[in-house]
Design a protein around this ligand. Structure first.
Ligand SMILES: CCCC/C=C\CC(=O)SCCNC(=O)CCNC(=O)[C@H](O)C(C)(C)COP(=O)(O)OP(=O)(O)OC[C@H]1O[C@@H](n2cnc3c(N)ncnc32)[C@H](O)[C@@H]1OP(=O)(O)O
Length: 303
């Protein structure tokens, strides 16, 4: 709780009010001055700020969906649009994906999109998530995750879909695919993405136990490539980017495609079935109950 003019106001309400004010002030991130170097203007949408630097060919993409950057339908859609825009600009070769919210990279899928809605909504939501993953996983751009906060479940998937991961060293910044803890199952393409990063055995253990790794463990198991002191994440990500961009684009891009195509194709060939699976799984009473109990626990946590 925070004290405001003698009233006891929950700190989170203040954060939200501040967030709304900032949103209004920035007018959907259209800043006249622009944040990028070399005269490039910041662009983006309400929930995704893109700071392009035309001189280096690197854009910093910041997630901003308070309170926890959950992957709502809107955020997923805005991310796909921003990514597509950068892919279509010849100037850009790399993206640093990070969060504009203190202490949170992304809380993963938005549980409110998965609870108490109708099957058509679940289908639309899942399709949007597939779309983002397919684009991020296969983009010809170098994408480096500067993970400056907690990154469970879908947040971890986002990071795993990048080419390289730098995590800030704070024990609260946990990362992993913890779906089983919620009584749900990580889809095969989440599992495949993790296997491609840390191998089969480590993934099996992580997925069955729903492990959320602290920075040192995440580094040890290979979920992240580098752990750096808080405050140095973006700098470290930019340094890593220099190394990745020193490689001729065509060779690196063909290699990336060669490494990732089979995994992406596996989803592409059964996209519709995957949506139907998700919808029928989510429509079960037992799953709805489990998700509601989990969401309720999250809401009561602060009480
Ligand atoms: C077949 C199905 C396949 C599904 C595949 C993927 C699964 C997912 O991605 S499901 C999402 C899994 N995510 C999680 O388990 C993370 C849950 N959240 C947390 O652990 C914490 O919120 C977190 C560590 C991210 C941040 O902690 P705090 O800073 O302490 O914040 P609070 O916990 O107090 O949360 C604030 C506020 O946000 C709401 N919240 C949190 N996570 C989500 C979410 N994923 N979706 C929607 N809303 C979320 C939380 O309920 C609080 O709300 P209010 O009480 O209304 O303020």
């Amino acid at each position: 709780m925070a004290l405001l003019a003698g009233l006891r106001v929950p700190a989170r309400s203040l954060l939200r009010a501040g967030a709304r004010l900032r949103d209004a002030a920035l007018g959907r991130w259209e800043r006249a001055a622009g944040g990028g170097g070399d005269g490039a203007r910041s662009f983006g949408s309400q929930r995704v700020l893109v700071e392009p630097d035309a001189a280096t060919g690197v854009a910093v993409m910041k997630l901003w969906n308070p309170p926890v950057n959950s992957l709502s339908l809107d955020l997923l859609t805005e991310l796909v649009i921003s990514l597509e825009k950068l892919e279509n600009e010849k100037t850009f070769r790399g993206i640093i994906l990070t969060s504009d919210l203190p202490g949170i990279f992304s809380a993963g899928l938005d549980l409110t999109e998965m609870c108490g809605r109708n099957p058509a909504h679940y289908a639309e939501y899942w399709k949007a998530l597939q779309e983002l993953w397919l684009r991020l996983y296969q983009t010809h751009l170098v994408v480096i995750a500067a993970i400056n906060g907690a990154s469970p479940a879908g947040g971890c998937l986002l990071a795993l879909s990048c080419d390289y991961r730098v995590l800030a060293d704070n024990p609260k910044f946990i990362i992993g695919l913890n779906e089983t803890l919620l009584g749900i199952v990580a889809p095969f393409w989440f599992k495949d993405t993790m296997i491609n990063t840390i191998g089969h055995r480590a993934t099996e253990r992580a997925l069955q136990l729903g492990l959320l790794f602290r920075p040192a463990e995440a580094l040890q198991v290979g979920v992240v490539d580098q752990v750096v002191p808080e405050g140095q994440v973006q700098g470290a990500a930019l340094s890593a980017m220099t190394q990745w961009l020193a490689i001729p684009d065509h060779a690196r891009q063909l290699t990336k495609s060669m490494m990732r195509k089979a995994t992406a194709d596996r989803l592409l060939t059964q996209r519709e079935a995957d949506i139907q699976n998700f919808v029928s799984f989510l429509s079960r009473d037992s799953i709805q109950k489990a998700l509601q109990v989990y969401l309720e626990k999250l809401r009561q946590k602060k009480g």
